[in-house]
Design a binder for this molecule. Structure first.
Ligand code: NAD
Ligand code: LMR
Length: 331
């Protein structure tokens, strides 16, 4: 396996580094699960001033893990310092949703963070920096970031919907009693929110056939789709905190497949190029093909029936409204 950066460590900035998701994610990054088993990593960790003492404890633990690939760890509360020369920025730092809230209720609280961090990234990051936004509302925060980071190539700004994909694949496998590895081509369209459309209509189970024959539309409409749409809220209701282990695992999958490539079609939220009628620039989850080195293409040739189009329209309209609200808040 060749390294992404053959002659130096990859510089990875993680914001919200003393938070819950980071606690599960940092060992995956430093342990070689994300960028490959031979790629050394330099971590640049950003936190608010008040959380730096706690972050120091996380750094002690990273040291105590004795990861051979972990080249260095730098901590700061200054966004410009944190993003300096970073190749990958993982944006976790934001206020998480509590019980009874929708993710878009966080817009007012979190949009300002992504404006400031967009501006900092714009000046400081490596020219080809790859960005993943996780802090909610993830798609609209990524849109805000993109607006304030015109130097960052638009294609390089993404938001996490892989957690929704993983949830959907896992639920299908459990429903049909088949191994997870046999389930393929489940896609997430739209917003990482309760309007997202988890689409099984192109999917299949190896040896058993198409999911459109194995799952009927009333099950999809009444059970499967709402379960995936509301899974984040179900985890919050049970844990009294939002998902963290599964979110970190999904960030790992997203970055791994984006940078190292994947044979499967995967879902990420990326700027629309107008595909499927989605307004250009909207950060929308699409099925993508990723190839090694950080390139991806939106899968264009899928046929969408009326059922799918109805769901896709609802989630697109929610994103257009969030976009307008975010820009109004920041203007
Ligand atoms: P958390 O509260 O445990 O951690 C967030 C951390 O961010 C805190 O330590 C906080 O001090 C820090 N922070 C706040 N403002 C910051 C700033 N301006 N710069 C740097 N750091 C800052 O939350 P968490 O559970 O780790 O979740 C983080 C975010 O991810 C939340 O918004 C949550 O809703 C979201 N989330 C998204 C997904 C997804 O699939 N897209 C999944 C799970 C969680
Ligand atoms: C999730 O999907 O688990 C996260 O986005 C957290 C949340 O607020 O639901």
């Amino acid at each position: 396996e060749t390294r992404l950066f053959p002659d130096r460590p990859i510089n990875v900035c993680v914001t919200g580094a003393a938070g819950q998701i980071a606690y599960s994610l940092l060992p995956l990054i430093a342990g070689g699960k994300v960028f490959g088993r031979h790629q050394p990593v330099s971590l640049r960790l950003l936190e608010i001033e008040a959380a730096l003492p706690s972050l120091e404890g996380v750094v002690m633990e990273l040291e105590d893990c004795a990861f051979p690939l972990l080249h260095s760890v730098f901590i700061t509360s200054d966004a410009r310092e944190a993003f300096r020369s970073c190749d990958v920025a993982v944006l976790l730092g934001a206020f998480p949703r509590k019980q009874g809230m929708e993710r878009k209720d966080l817009l007012e609280k979190n949009a300002g963070i992504f404006k400031e961090q967009g501006e900092a990234l714009n000046f400081e990051a490596a020219a080809n920096v790859r960005v993943i936004v996780v802090g909610n509302p993830a798609n609209t925060n990524a849109y805000v970031l993109k607006h304030f980071a015109p130097n960052v190539p638009e294609k390089n700004i993404t938001a996490l919907t892989r957690l929704d994909q993983n949830r959907a694949v896992s639920l299908v496998a459990r429903k049909l009693g088949v191994p997870l590895s046999k389930v393929s081509d489940i896609y997430i369209w739209g917003n990482h929110s309760s309007t997202q459309y988890p689409d099984v209509l192109h999917g299949s189970v190896e040896g058993k056939g198409k999911l459109s024959d194995l799952l009927d539309k009333s099950y999809l409409e009444e059970n499967f789709i709402p379960t995936i749409q509301k899974r984040g809220a179900a985890v919050i209701a049970a844990r009294k905190m939002s998902s963290a282990m599964s979110a970190a695992n999904a960030v790992c999958d997203h970055l791994h497949d984006w940078l190292l490539g994947s044979d499967s079609i995967v879902s990420m939220s990326v700027a629309s190029d107008g595909s499927y009628g989605i307004e250009r620039g909207t950060i929308f989850s699409f099925p993508l093909r990723c190839s090694r080195g950080g390139n991806y293409e939106i899968v264009k040739e899928l046929q969408l029936d009326d059922f799918s189009q109805r769901y896709i329209k609802i989630t697109a309209e929610e994103l257009y409204a969030e976009k307008a609200e975010a820009l109004a808040l920041l203007s």
